[in-house]
Design a protein. Structure first.
Length: 425
C-alpha cells in the first residue's frame, strides 16, 4: 500500500478526502538524471560528489559538530515543572513523564540515545520526527523515526498537518504507511521551516562546502594511497602507437603505484624518460583549503572551531570553562533547546500550568572556587540578605535536602550586620 493510499484511507475516515482525490502522475523527467530527485538520491551533480547522510559523517568537522551538539543535548536532564497562577514554578521530580524524558522513550530507545538521534536528524536532514504513543490521554512513549521515512502534508480544509510514516525497513513488516495527526507527532523543524519541513543542511547549507570537503578528502586519500607520488609524464624519442602507450602506462601503474611499490626502482627502455608534474601542497592551497573547510562547517553549525579541536583561531567567548560553556549554551544550543521545549510542551501538556525544560546548569557552571563563592553570597553574608536557601543550593549539586534548609535565615556563623568592633592588634 502506498502512502497516498494510506492517506486516502485516513482522510476518508475523517471525511476530508476530497482534496487528495486527483493526484498528478510522476513523469520520467521528474525522476531521471539531472532532476532534483536524482541529485537527492545519488548525491551527485556534475563532477562534485555532494554530501549525503552517509558520506557527510566521514568529514571530521561535520562529525565533530553533530556529535558535539547531539551529545551535549542528550546529556542534559529534562525537568517537569508546575507553574502556579502567580508565576512561581515547582519541580515535579516524581511526574510520570520524568522517566520517559530522562531514562527511556520506549523499551527500544533509551532517552539519551533518543535525544541524540533526534538532534542528529535535525542537524543532518533539517527535521526530527517522533510519533507520540498514548494510552488514552496519557503519553507513554515517543519513537524516533528517520526523516526520510516521513512525508508531511497539509489538509487545506482544516489547515492541520498530517504525517505518513513508512514502515521500519528493519522490522518484518515491510511496506505500508501509518498516518498521524499533528497532535500525535513530535516534529522539530530546523532553520527555514516553511510550514511543512525545515531546510536540509545536506542539501542547502553544506551542499557546496561539504562537496569540496569530500573532494579534498578523496584527493588526499588517493594521493597518499599512491605513496604521495605526483603525476608524471613518460616520454619517448620514438613514435608510440596508442596500444604501446597504453601498455607502458598500465605497466607503470601496476609496478610502481601504491605504498607497497614505493621503494621499487623504476626501469625504463631506450629513449624513455620520466618527468614528474610537480605541484606542492602550498601551490594548490591544499592545506589552506582544508583549514577553511573546518572553519566553514563550524560556522554553519554555530560551533566555535576550538570546540572541535581546531585551534588556529582564538575564541572571543573568554578563556575560562565557565565563559565557554555559557557561550556554547547561549549561542549554539539555545535555538535547538527552545524548539524541543516548545514542541514537547504544546503536544504533551497543551497548557501553561505544566511544562518541561532542559536543565543547562552543568554546562554553564564555573570552576569550583568561583561557584562556591557565588553561592556563598546567595546564602547571605556581610549584611546581605539571602536570595537562596541552603536546600536550593544543595539541589544544584544533587545533594540530599536537610531539615531547616528551606529557611532564608542567614547561615549559622555569619552575621547580617557589619560589626563596629576593632580588629585585634
Amino acid at each position: 500500500m502506498s502512502w497516498w493510499d494510506s492517506l486516502r484511507n485516513y482522510l476518508t475516515a475523517r471525511n476530508e478526502v476530497g482534496w487528495a482525490s486527483d493526484l498528478p502522475p510522476v513523469t520520467s523527467q521528474q525522476l531521471g538524471a539531472g532532476s532534483d530527485f536524482y541529485r537527492l538520491v545519488s548525491g551527485a551533480d556534475g563532477k562534485l560528489k555532494y554530501p549525503n547522510e552517509q558520506n557527510a559523517l566521514t568529514i571530521s568537522a561535520v562529525y565533530a559538530c553533530v556529535s558535539l551538539i547531539a551529545g551535549a543535548i542528550s546529556a542534559l536532564p529534562m525537568h517537569i515543572y508546575r507553574r502556579s497562577p502567580d508565576g512561581e514554578r515547582d519541580m515535579l521530580p516524581n511526574d510520570d513523564l520524568w522517566w520517559l524524558l530522562n531514562e527511556q522513550f520506549t523499551p527500544r530507545w533509551s532517552a539519551a540515545a533518543g535525544w541524540e538521534y533526534l538532534v542528529q536528524s535535525l542537524l543532518m536532514k533539517g527535521d526530527a520526527f517522533a510519533p507520540i504513543q498514548r494510552s488514552g490521554a496519557q503519553v507513554i512513549g515517543i519513537e524516533p523515526v528517520h526523516p526520510d521515512r516521513v512525508t508531511v502534508a497539509l489538509v487545506p480544509q482544516t489547515k492541520r498537518l498530517i504525517y505518513a510514516v513508512a514502515a521500519d525497513p528493519n522490522t518484518p513488516q515491510v511496506g505500508g504507511f501509518t498516518v498521524y495527526d499533528q497532535d500525535d507527532m513530535l516534529h522539530i523543524p530546523g532553520f527555514g521551516f516553511d510550514g511543512l519541513r525545515g531546510l536540509s543542511p545536506l542539501q542547502h547549507h553544506l551542499r557546496m562546502t561539504g562537496a569540496v570537503a569530500l573532494a579534498t578528502q578523496d584527493y588526499a586519500g588517493r594521493f597518499f594511497a599512491n605513496s604521495a607520488r605526483p603525476d608524471i609524464i613518460i616520454s619517448s624519442d620514438q613514435d608510440l602507437s596508442p596500444d604501446i602507450a597504453d601498455g607502458i602506462a598500465a605497466r607503470w601503474q601496476e609496478r610502481y603505484s601504491g605504498v607497497d611499490n614505493s621503494s621499487k626502482p623504476a626501469v625504463m627502455g631506450k629513449g624513455a624518460t620520466v618527468t614528474p608534474l610537480t605541484m606542492s601542497s602550498e601551490d594548490s592551497q591544499f592545506l589552506e583549503s582544508r583549514q577553511f573547510q573546518i572553519e566553514e562547517i563550524a560556522r554553519i553549525y554555530g560551533v566555535p572551531p576550538f570546540m572541535i579541536g581546531h585551534n588556529e583561531k582564538t575564541t572571543s567567548w573568554g578563556s575560562g570553562v565557565e565563559q565557554m560553556g555559557i557561550g556554547f549554551v547561549r549561542y549554539t544550543l539555545r535555538q535547538h533547546l527552545n524548539k524541543f521545549h516548545n514542541e514537547i510542551n504544546r503536544k504533551f501538556f497543551r497548557t501553561s500550568a505544566k511544562f518541561a525544560e532542559f536543565d543547562t546548569f552543568e554546562l554553564e557552571r564555573g570552576d569550583m572556587l568561583t561557584m562556591f563563592q557565588g553561592y556563598r553570597v546567595a546564602l547571605g553574608r556581610a549584611g546581605e540578605k539571602p536570595i537562596m536557601s541552603q536546600n536550593e543550593v544543595r539541589d544544584k549539586f544533587n545533594l540530599k535536602r536537610i531539615d531547616g534548609g528551606d529557611s532564608f535565615e542567614p547561615v549559622a556563623g555569619e552575621t547580617n550586620a557589619p560589626t563596629d568592633q576593632p580588629s585585634a592588634q
